[in-house]
Design a protein around this ligand. Structure first.
Ligand code: SF4
Length: 394
């Protein structure tokens, strides 16, 4: 929003002059959703100029421009100049370059209690199912001074929890003389920083320097480490560089230090036979996992996996997805039963007298109170653990 210049944001697509669609292209389905949304815009507001931004701009932008479905397309590196593109009356294609780093300092997150800090862009991995390196470029880090300045401003503006984000956060500092661990230590020294979360890391990025930080009080006691699968045959197929034995050792070590652990898991990638699935599920059970982002594999043209023939039937994929999420739901419940005391919750929103927030383990807590506790920290000695989430009354 800092980059909007004289332009203002409308609450509805129907009454604005320009609609900027920040698109995703992670699956073929995402492309279809973007196309569908753009067609719906044309019906709602035929006179609006549509600018397609984000990853979808690289994959489908020119085609949509030729079909006159969009007015202009911009790549990630051009988003900082969005004010100029909004004013432009001539159609344009500005995909920019992949070396660029956005230097915008975000000073506020309106309506949010947690601040999201982008520290890195791009990815150097080559997972067979993933288009991201092609639309985001190679890994590059934001300048340390800019990150620290941004956090300092936001902490001064009342933010206490910071979430470090990026395409591949764990590669922060790669090729330079810094690292994620060193950045974290510097962030922790900023007055007002109370809790730091890390968006997602790869197992191979967790080094001894990072492990030394696990007991720091400002580290959120939850890490999201992307495994994507627990069968080595599947991991090899997916061109991942993690393997189950190492992942299990790492997870057990981190869990033994009191952490909740989440992961990404792709269900039903081509080649996932019944036997491999059963093996994977047993291994998930053996891991100290508490959270999961389970994705059903979806084909993405332009990737190696899209050419693989041994796909998994849709009904099988759905039932495996259900099995996996039910298993993690149960593991999360068991973890919450064991971690129901001394919870530090940053309250985010209120809904009919209930306030919601996340504790240090990234578990959702609903608090019933007559006080106004929005955007504040509450310490809960004990909570009632129910099926879906934790509850408390203060
Ligand atoms: S590490 Fe993540 S972003 Fe990078 S290629 Fe693999 S899945 Fe894609």
């Amino acid at each position: 929003m800092q980059n909007l210049g004289p332009h203002t944001i409308s609450q509805s697509e129907s009454d604005c002059d320009v609609v900027v669609v920040n698109s995703c292209t992670v699956t073929n389905g995402a492309d279809s959703s973007v196309r569908g949304y753009i067609s719906s815009l044309k019906r709602k507001n035929p006179n609006a100029r549509v600018i397609l931004a984000g990853c979808g701009a690289y994959q489908k932008g020119e085609e949509l421009l030729k079909q006159k479905k969009v007015f202009g397309i911009i790549g990630h590196s051009k988003k900082e100049s969005i004010a100029d593109f909004i004013s432009t009356k001539e159609s344009f294609v500005e995909l920019g370059d992949f070396d660029h780093i956005d230097e915008t300092i975000v000073q506020d997150f309106i309506g949010k209690s947690r601040a999201f800090i982008k520290i890195q862009e791009g990815c150097d991995f080559e997972c067979s199912y993933c288009i991201i390196p092609k639309v985001r470029g190679a890994s590059r880090s934001h300048k340390e001074a800019t990150i620290l300045e941004q956090i300092d401003i936001l902490a001064h503006n009342g933010f206490g929890e910071f979430i470090l984000t990026g395409t591949n956060v764990g590669s922060y500092g790669k090729g330079t003389d810094t690292s994620l661990a060193r950045l974290l230590k510097k962030i922790s020294l900023i007055r007002g920083v109370r809790r730091v979360r890390i968006g997602s890391m790869e197992p191979s990025q967790i080094d001894s320097e990072f492990l030394e930080l696990l007991d720091e009080p400002w580290m959120a006691k939850h890490l999201h480490i992307a495994l994507q699968h627990t069968s080595d045959t599947m991991l090899e197929r997916m061109k991942r560089n993690n393997r189950f034995a190492g992942d299990q050792k790492l997870f057990e070590l981190i869990a033994s230090r009191g952490y909740a652990l989440g992961t990404d898991f792709i269900v039903a990638h081509p080649g996932e036979s019944d036997a491999l699935w059963q093996e994977a599920l047993q291994r998930v059970e053996a891991l100290p996992l508490t959270h999961i982002h389970a994705f059903t594999y979806s084909k993405r043209d332009g990737t190696e996996s899209a050419l693989m023939r041994d796909s998994v039937h849709g009904d099988t994929a759905k039932s495996r997805h259900r099995e996996l999420t039910a298993l993690i739901k149960d593991k999360n419940y068991r973890f919450r039963k064991e971690h129901s005391k001394n919870l530090e919750v940053l309250i985010e929103q209120s809904d009919r007298g209930f306030y919601r927030g996340y504790d240090q383990y990234y578990n959702n807590v609903e608090v019933l109170t007559k006080r106004d506790i929005a955007n504040s920290w509450v310490s809960l000695e004990d909570v009632e653990v129910k099926d879906e989430k934790n509850y408390s009354k203060i």
